[in-house]
Design a protein around this ligand. Structure first.
Ligand code: ADP
Ligand code: MG
Length: 574
C-alpha cells in the first residue's frame, strides 16, 4: 500500500477528533495551562507561610498570605470545574466522530473488498481499539503538554530557590525517566498484539453466533464453548501482558521518584543545617515541588507510551481503510441495449486451481437465462464475475461492448441488481425496505409491489408494518419478494440471482421464480439447482457448467434432445 495514502488516512482519522470540537479542546487545554502558574503560586505562598510562621523576615503578614492562598484555591476550583466540563465533552465528540467517519469510510469500500477482507478487523477497530484511544490517546493530548509545562515551571521555581538542590533533583529525576522509556516501546508492541487478538476473538464470536442453529442442532455446544474459551483466553492473555507492563512501568516510575525525593530531602536538610541560604520553608516547598515534578516525570513516559500504542491502532485502521477502495472508471449505463458477452473468460481464486475455463457466450438483452451444473462447477463464481465482484479474471466481460472493468464499481448498481439467498432487511417498515429509504412516485412503487407479488402481504399487514430485526417477522418467501420489489424499483436492466430460492419450500420457490420469469423487459440470469421442467422451459436458454467449463447451452427441449450432460443431470434429479 502507498505510504502517502496511509499517512493521509491517518491524518483524516486524527482530524475527526478536532472537527467542530476546537472550542471544547481549547477550554480543556486552557484549564490545564491556567492550572500551572496557580500550582506554582500556591507553592510559593506555602513557603512564605511556613517561613513567616517560623519567624523568618518576610514582606507579607500571616493574614495576607492566608487570604491570598484561599483566593488561589478558589480560582483553582473554578479552573477544575472548567476542565471537568470541557474535557469529557471533547472526548465524547472526538470518539463519536472517529467512529462515524470510520463506518462512513467502510461503506465506501467496494463490495469486492468485502469478499477478501476480514470484517472482524473493523469490529475490533470500532470497539476495543476505540476504547484504547478514548482512554489513552485523547486525554494525553492535554496531560502531555500539561505535565511538561508543570515540570518546566517547577524546575524554574526550584532554580530560583536553590541551584545546587535543583541540580541534584534533576540528576535524580533521570532515574525514572530512563527506566520507563525502555518499557514504553514494549508496551506499544503489546497493545498491537491485544488489538490483533481481539480481532480474532471477534471473528470467532461472529462465526459462532451466525452458526448458532447449526451448533445447537448437532449438539456441538461443548466444542463451541471450548473454541470460544480458547479465543477468550488468548485475547485476555495478551491484554494481561500489556497490563503487566503498564503496572511495572508505573511501579518503576513511582519507586525511582520516591528515591529521588528522598535524596533531595536529605541534601536540602543538610544545606539548611549548614546555612547555605536554605530555610525550612524552602526545603518543604522544594519537597512539594519535587513531588509535583516527580509525578509529572513519572507520568510522562507512560503517557508517551500510551500515545504511541494508540497511534499504532490508528495506523492499523488507516491501513485497513486504505485498501479496497472503489476504483475510478466511467459510469455504467442505466440500460442494456444489446448484450452481455463473455469472451474467453478464465478465472481462479488461487493460481493453481482454475475455476472458470475459457467461457465464451452472449446473453442477449431482455432474455432470461438459467445457469445449471453440479455443486462446485463455478455457477456462483460466474455470477459473481458478472456483477463485478472480482476483477482478476482473464478474457472479457462486455456490457453492450464495454468492458466491465472500465466501469466505476459504485455505478454498476445502476446496471445490475442481485437477488441473494439471504435478504438483508433493515429493522424498519416494509415500505422502507422496498424503497430503501428513497422517494419514488406512488404508481412506480405500487407497480413494483404488484409485479413482485407483494400486494396481498401489504393488504393484510400494511406497508408501515415493521419487518423486525433482519426481517424476523416475515417469511422467507416474503423477504425474497421484498428483495425483488427493491430490484424492480431500482429499474436496473439486468437482474442476477444465485439460488435465491434455495432456502424456500418448493411451492414458494416455484412461485418466486415464476414471478421473476414474468418480469419482461429485464435481462435475467438465474443460477438454479432445482431442475423443474415447467420452469426450465420458460428460460430462453440454459447454460450448463461442468468443472468450470460451459459444456452445453440451448433451450430445454434442444438440450434434452442432445441426450448429453444436461440430459443426465436432469434425469438423475427427477
Ligand atoms: P457452484 O456455485 O457451482 O457450487 P462455486 O462457483 O461456488 O460453485 O465454486 C466453484 C469452485 O471455486 C469450487 O471448487 C469452490 O471450492 C471454489 N471457490 C468458490 N469460492 C471460493 C473462494 N472464495 N475462494 C477460493 N475458492 C473458492
Ligand atoms: Mg453456488
Amino acid at each position: 500500500m502507498n505510504p502517502n495514502d496511509r499517512k493521509q488516512r491517518r491524518r483524516a482519522l486524527t482530524r475527526c477528533f478536532f472537527f467542530h470540537n476546537r472550542t471544547a479542546a481549547f477550554l480543556a487545554m486552557s484549564a490545564v495551562i491556567l492550572n500551572i502558574p496557580l500550582n506554582l503560586a500556591v507553592a510559593w505562598q506555602m513557603q512564605q507561610l511556613i517561613d513567616i510562621a517560623a519567624g523568618s523576615p518576610s514582606a507579607f503578614t500571616l493574614p495576607k498570605i492566608s487570604a491570598s492562598l484561599a483566593l488561589s484555591f478558589a480560582v483553582m476550583a473554578a479552573i477544575m470545574a472548567l476542565g471537568s466540563y470541557a474535557r469529557p465533552l471533547f472526548i465524547e465528540r472526538a470518539v463519536r466522530q472517529y467512529r462515524d467517519y470510520t463506518f462512513e469510510q467502510l461503506t465506501r469500500k467496494s463490495t469486492a473488498a468485502f469478499h477478501t477482507e476480514n470484517t472482524s478487523a473493523y469490529l475490533s477497530a470500532l470497539t476495543n481499539d476505540t476504547i484504547s484511544i478514548e482512554t489513552n490517546y485523547l486525554p494525553a493530548l492535554f496531560t502531555l503538554p500539561g505535565n511538561l509545562l508543570l515540570l518546566i515551571g517547577s524546575f524554574a521555581l526550584m532554580l530560583y530557590y536553590s541551584i545546587p538542590l535543583t541540580l541534584a533533583a534533576a540528576a535524580a529525576a533521570l532515574l525514572p525517566l530512563a527506566a520507563s522509556l525502555m518499557a514504553g516501546s514494549r508496551l506499544s508492541c503489546q497493545e498491537k498484539k491485544v488489538s490483533d487478538q481481539n480481532e480474532s476473538f471477534m471473528a470467532a464470536l461472529q462465526d459462532m453466533l451466525s452458526g448458532f442453529p447449526v451448533i445447537k442442532s448437532f449438539k456441538a455446544q461443548p466444542e463451541a464453548v471450548r473454541l470460544f474459551s480458547l479465543r477468550n483466553a488468548a485475547s485476555l492473555k495478551s491484554k494481561c501482558s500489556a497490563n503487566r507492563t503498564r503496572i511495572i512501568l508505573q511501579n518503576i516510575c513511582a519507586a525511582a521518584g520516591q528515591l529521588a525525593l528522598f535524596l533531595v530531602f536529605m541534601l536540602g536538610a543538610l544545606l539548611a543545617i549548614k546555612g547555605y541560604g536554605v530555610t525550612a520553608g524552602v526545603v518543604l516547598v522544594f519537597v512539594q515541588l519535587m513531588d509535583t515534578a516527580e509525578s509529572s516525570i513519572s507520568q510522562l513516559p507512560q503517557i508517551w507510551a500510551n500515545r504511541r500504542s494508540a497511534n499504532t491502532l490508528i495506523d492499523k485502521l488507516a491501513a485497513a481503510l486504505s485498501c479496497g477502495k472503489e476504483q475510478d472508471g466511467i459510469p455504467a449505463p442505466h440500460t442494456l441495449q444489446d448484450s452481455i458477452t463473455l469472451q474467453n473468460l478464465n478465472f481462479s481464486y488461487s493460481q493453481e486451481i482454475p475455476v472458470l475455463q475459457n467461457i465464451t457466450y452472449c446473453f442477449e438483452a431482455g432474455k432470461k437465462y438459467a445457469i445449471v451444473g453440479n455443486s462446485g462447477s463455478g455457477k456462483s463464481t460466474l455470477l459473481e464475475l458478472l456483477q463485478g465482484g472480482y476483477t482478476g479474471y482473464q478474457g472479457q466481460i462486455r456490457y453492450d461492448g464495454r468492458e466491465l472493468r472500465s466501469f466505476r464499481p459504485d455505478s454498476l448498481y445502476n446496471l445490475i441488481s442481485v437477488i441473494r439467498q439471504n435478504v438483508f432487511l433493515f429493522n424498519s417498515s416494509i415500505l422502507d425496505n422496498i424503497t430503501m429509504f428513497r422517494d419514488f412516485p406512488e404508481e412506480k412503487t405500487a407497480l413494483a409491489v404488484r409485479r413482485a407479488g407483494l400486494e396481498s402481504l401489504l393488504a393484510a399487514r400494511g406497508a408501515d408494518t415493521p419487518c423486525g430485526e433482519n426481517g424476523s417477522s416475515l417469511s422467507g418467501g416474503e423477504r425474497q419478494r421484498i428483495s425483488i420489489a427493491r430490484c424492480l424499483l431500482q429499474s436496473t436492466p439486468v437482474l442476477l440471482a444465485d439460488e435465491a430460492t434455495a432456502s424456500l419450500d418448493s411451492a414458494t420457490a416455484f412461485e418466486i421464480t415464476s414471478s421473476i420469469l414474468s418480469l419482461d423487459g429485464i435481462t435475467r440470469i438465474l443460477v438454479t439447482h432445482r431442475l423443474e421442467e415447467p420452469l426450465l422451459r420458460r428460460f430462453d436458454e440454459i447454460l450448463v457448467l461442468k468443472d468450470g467449463r460451459l459444456t452445453e447451452h440451448g433451450s430445454f427441449d434442444s438440450l434434452m434432445e442432445n441426450k448429453a450432460y444436461f440430459y443426465s443431470l436432469f434425469t438423475i434429479s427427477q
